[in-house]
Write a new protein. Structure first.
Length: 314
């Protein structure tokens, strides 16, 4: 039996299925979670399918979360999508069910779950969910196709990043057969409000770039307040430095209310996930996140990036 077949057998076994994904959700987290929910509701109308997690306001256009009670977990199957490690799962009740499945595309450093499918070659968790539905001959709905497409567009930067493969396009082509306004999804995901646009101007203006293309910028609480943006809004400018031809690898340090720093790391070719891991984070080779607790640690992280880029560009 393939892992997909085992997963389907487990889905068949349970009456209630609760789907989780990671904290600070991005479109792939929501797309894979809610796309899977829509597929299961369509194919198993007798089952109760719930989705839990923080309702991220900037992604409310994709889907709304369910109100899930502790009592709902009794005798359930829990599926977690797009989440590398247990600490990142939103919410912490993922262990209250009878059986746990992990479906992910990040490096499998924390192999949690009673059954897991981790495919690091997949562009996104949404790509895996679509592949699962296709191979298991599950019917998709227009809504599921829209959610999964948004997830793939989000994680591939509209098919820009190297994780985009022929299978990504095959899956996207299949999703395109559904009745969805795909252009408006892509447009929506490319749009930003004027506050974020102005913050982007600040980022381009203040980016420090070394001779090899290692770049950094610091967004203090004062700056966030000045531009009237939240920490979540900074997701809209993470990829921006990469538009500059002389930037190869970059870090955006976002000061948090408690004085610590959220570090968003991106790279065109040189892997940066090991740097992220050394600073309480992790992620993909070219897209990671970390945490820093002082300006000195920020400097140390930038130094590691500079060294990695200098080494990688030789
Ligand atoms: Mn993802």
């Amino acid at each position: 039996m393939s892992v997909f077949e085992e997963m389907l057998a487990k889905i068949n076994e349970f009456e209630t299925i609760i789907i989780h994904r990671h904290q600070r959700p991005d479109p792939d987290a929501i797309g894979s979670q809610m796309g899977l929910k829509a597929i299961l509701e369509k194919n198993f109308p007798e089952k109760r399918i719930l989705a839990t997690g923080f309702q991220e306001p900037t992604l409310a256009w994709m889907a709304e979360m369910d109100q899930v009670l502790d009592a709902d977990y009794k005798g359930t199957l829990v599926i977690v999508t797009d989440t590398a490690n247990t600490e990142r799962i939103d919410d912490e009740r993922y262990n209250l069910g009878d059986f746990l499945i992990k479906i992910d595309h990040h490096p499998n450093d924390d192999a949690y779950g009673d059954l897991l499918w981790v495919d690091t070659r997949a562009s996104s968790a949404s790509e895996i969910i679509t592949q699962f539905a296709q191979e298991m001959k599950l019917t998709l709905t227009d809504q599921a196709a829209a959610l999964l497409y948004a997830g793939i567009v989000g994680d591939t930067g509209r098919f820009l990043y190297p994780a985009t493969t022929s299978r990504t396009f095959q899956v996207a082509a299949y999703l395109q057969t559904f009745d969805v306004d795909f252009a408006s999804i892509s447009r929506r995901m490319d749009e930003m409000n004027s506050r974020v646009a102005k913050l982007m101007g600040y980022v381009y203006d203040h980016l420090e770039i070394d001779e090899n293309g290692a770049a950094r910028v610091l967004l203090t609480q004062e700056t966030l307040v000045h531009y009237q943006v939240t920490d979540a809004d900074t997701a809209g400018i993470v990829s921006s430095p990469g538009r500059m031809s002389d930037v190869k690898t970059w870090a955006i340090f976002v000061e948090q209310v408690d004085g610590s720093y959220r570090v968003r790391l991106r790279s065109k070719t040189v892997p940066i996930n090991e740097i992220a891991k050394r600073h309480g984070g992790g992620g993909h080779p070219l897209a990671s996140g970390a945490n820093s607790y002082s300006l000195e640690e920020n400097d140390a992280i930038y130094k590691e990036i500079k060294e990695a880029v200098a080494h990688g560009s030789k």
